[in-house]
Design a protein around this ligand. Structure first.
Ligand code: DGL
Length: 276
């Protein structure tokens, strides 16, 4: 692993979803440079099985390590669930940070004891998520998690970033929210919603319109940013006084990443196409 404190931090996701994490990373680490890859040519991850996600995560990690990143953030719940253990074994010296659905913080917030968890089918089916869920059951609080595999939603969010047409995103948000049951703050209602896929915060305005103002949304962007800061020893923090730069790449649909980066992060950088 590089010991150059001004080397960039690598970040990847299946698409634009990881921008929700990159936003928090930039706020927490304003002088750091980032290289972001949207693997849109091989998305969606959530519905293609763990072997595909593992193979793509390995290829992306290898590429970013070859670009001398000083840390690697897997800004994707599905990839973290499928591949973080193997990537840790393959890159033992690398600061590697993953993201997983924020079940524990949700438990601290709920009053009704009913917590909704929206995630991809791949994340929910993974052994890592099942272990996380089982670990919460050991706590003193009686809480029920209502998990919803949100088929199609990440892909719809991705498509709407390119076209500006949110019709399908809104319809899928409505479908998945209604499948989870009533939301609100009365007994028996879901009062806390875990956004367990990094794409979903990009649809939070549509989700909010469906569940109402009092329901709390939780995603892990800020926690991942704090964890990344912790994993970089002081000697590895950027010594640049200038604001950090972001380089954007995609394995297809560069226009979707460009539009989303402009909209969510105010970035007007050109997006490079990677073909692997
Ligand atoms: N953004 C990804 C996640 O956090 C997955 C989206 C996809 O299915 O490709 O799980």
């Amino acid at each position: 692993m590089t010991t150059d404190c001004n080397a960039p931090i690598g970040v990847f996701d299946s698409g634009i979803g990881g921008l929700s994490v990159l936003k928090a990373l930039r706020a927490a680490l304003p002088h750091e440079d980032f290289v972001y890859i949207a693997d849109s040519g091989h998305a969606p991850y959530g519905e293609q099985g763990a072997a595909h996600v593992l193979a793509r995560s390995r290829a992306l990690a290898q590429y970013l390590v070859s670009q001398n990143v000083k840390a690697l953030v897997m800004a994707c719940n599905t990839a973290t669930a499928a591949a973080i253990a193997l990537l840790r074994a393959e890159h033992p010296g690398l600061a590697l940070i993953g993201v997983e659905p924020a079940l524990k913080p949700a438990m601290a917030l709920t009053r009704t004891g009913r917590i909704g968890v929206m995630a991809t089918r791949g994340t929910l089916a993974s052994a890592k998520f099942q272990a996380l869920l089982a670990a919460q059951a050991c706590g003193p609080q009686a809480v029920e998690f209502i998990t919803q595999p949100c088929d199609g939603l990440a892909q719809a969010i991705e498509a709407s970033a390119g076209t500006g047409d949110t019709t399908k995103t809104i319809a899928l948000c409505a479908y998945h929210i209604s499948a989870m049951g009533p939301f609100g703050t009365k007994p028996g209602e879901i009062d806390t919603l875990v956004l367990g896929c990094t794409h979903y915060p990009l649809a939070s305005e549509h989700l909010r319109a469906l569940v109402g103002a009092p329901v709390r949304f939780i995603d892990n962007g800020e926690a991942v940013a704090r964890q990344t800061r912790r994993r970089l020893p002081d000697g590895l923090l950027a010594s640049n006084a200038r604001p950090g730069r972001v380089s954007l790449f995609a394995t297809s649909q560069t226009h979707a990443l460009q539009a989303a980066a402009q909209r969510w992060l105010g970035l007007s950088a050109a997006v490079g196409l990677l073909s692997f």
